[in-house]
Design a protein around this ligand. Structure first.
Ligand SMILES: [Zn+2]
Length: 105
């Protein structure tokens, strides 16, 4: 159900290294800046650092979980990773049927 604005974000991007997490954060921030995505903040967030601060370079928590929504078609995305032990995580659409491609570096 992804639209033209968010279809490039409909990938499962594997994060195994801090630089990949940084890249995923940057992509999220760029898509918020250009009006493609909006952040969805849960009622009880897992994280202490707001995404906007993270995007500006703030240090991340040991576990991160941020949620996003396409402002044009409501496709939901999330960025989640375990950073403390470095086991990593993903940027991905919440609906696995929307995953167009798996990207792992
Ligand atoms: Zn969309």
């Amino acid at each position: 159900m992804a639209c033209a604005r968010c279809k490039d974000l409909c990938v499962r991007y594997t994060i195994t290294h801090p630089r990949e997490l940084r890249k995923a954060i940057q992509i999220g921030a760029e898509n918020i800046a250009d009006g493609t995505l909006g952040e969805v903040v849960p009622d009880s967030p897992w994280v202490s650092v707001p995404f906007a601060e993270l995007a500006k370079g703030a240090a991340w928590d040991d576990y991160i979980e941020y949620h996003f929504r396409c402002l044009h078609c409501n496709e939901m995305f999330w960025l989640h990773a375990e950073t403390y032990h470095g086991s990593g995580g993903y940027w991905e659409p919440k609906d696995f049927k929307s995953i167009r491609e798996n990207i792992a570096n």
